[in-house]
Design a protein around this ligand. Structure first.
Ligand SMILES: Cc1cc2nc3c(=O)[nH]c(=O)nc-3n(C[C@H](O)[C@H](O)[C@H](O)COP(=O)(O)OP(=O)(O)OC[C@H]3O[C@@H](n4cnc5c(N)ncnc54)[C@H](O)[C@@H]3O)c2cc1C
Length: 235
């Protein structure tokens, strides 16, 4: 698969766009593994990383987004010239939208854990899916929040979609913020969801965040079957 280009989408966060291989199809919410071919440097973690597909199926490119830490894989990925081939393995995974549209979907995203939900939300708007959905998107600051503008603007495109952003460290931000503050909590959910038992919940992000979300949902009485999780191991 050929790299098309890349751009910074939040502080320290980049999106990488690849030419979609012929015949490649996926469901929004799935992930793939990218492998660098003949990288000039490597480390103990190897030349592959797993990333959720952040683009929706109707979008022309395959897009992945990641926090740019100082690891060999990411240094090499960032320096690749357009046209460079990268190996794609996938799609895999089951963090896909449930079929029963009578049940709302609630997405709990921690930081870069937004990627599968960006795909699902963009796809739902495009296909005018009947599901009601609420995205809770937690970041330290607006500066760190990938896709923030489009996720906010999505409410105008899809009347069944609601955005709830929350920032944990606004004291370190230079941008204005009128939304929620602090981590996603049961009280925060209750301010935006009438009946906490009604939705199917999806959560993705660093493993510690996903574990905290599962604990909070279970304590709120949500059934285990109604909690779908993707742990971004490696953070
Ligand atoms: C199903 C799935 C989907 C995923 N989707 C995404 C996605 O969409 N986007 C995304 O960015 N990631 C995603 N991940 C995580 C991704 O696979 C990588 O593990 C992650 O990006 C870290 O890669 P790395 O090269 O920065 O660190 P690695 O080189 O893989 O390092 C792994 C370990 O090194 C340590 N480490 C390395 N650098 C640092 C640092 N700067 N600070 C602190 N500790 C450090 C950490 O302890 C970490 O556990 C996903 C993972 C899974 C399993």
């Amino acid at each position: 698969m050929k790299l098309q280009g890349s751009r910074e989408i939040a502080e320290g966060t980049m999106a990488f766009y690849f030419e979609k291989p012929k015949g490649f199809s996926f469901e929004p919410g799935q992930f793939s593994t990218l492998t660098l071919l003949h990288p000039p440097q490597t480390d103990v973690e190897g030349d592959s990383r797993t990333f959720s597909i952040a683009s929706a199926p109707h979008e022309p490119d395959l897009m992945f987004a990641t926090r740019m830490r100082d690891t060999s894989f990411k240094r090499v990925l960032k320096s690749l010239a357009a046209g460079t081939e990268v190996d794609l393995d996938g799609p895999y995974g089951h963090l896909t939208l449930h079929k029963d549209a009578a049940r709302p979907a609630v997405f709990l995203a921690g930081g870069i854990g937004i990627t599968p939900f960006r795909s699902i939300i963009t796809d739902a708007a495009r296909r005018a899916l009947p599901h009601h959905m609420i995205l809770f998107y937690s970041n330290r600051r607006p500066e760190d929040a990938a896709f923030l503008d489009e996720l906010v603007a999505g409410e105008k495109i899809n009347p069944r979609y609601k955005f709830v952003g929350t920032m944990a460290e606004m004291e370190k931000s230079r941008q204005p913020w009128n939304g929620e503050r602090g981590f996603i909590s049961r009280e925060m959910l209750a301010r935006h969801i009438e009946n906490l038992a009604a939705p199917v919940y999806y959560t993705a992000g660093p493993p510690a965040m996903v574990a905290a979300m599962e604990k909070m949902l279970r304590a709120a009485g949500v059934a285990g079957d109604d909690i779908r999780m993707e742990r971004f191991s490696g953070y």
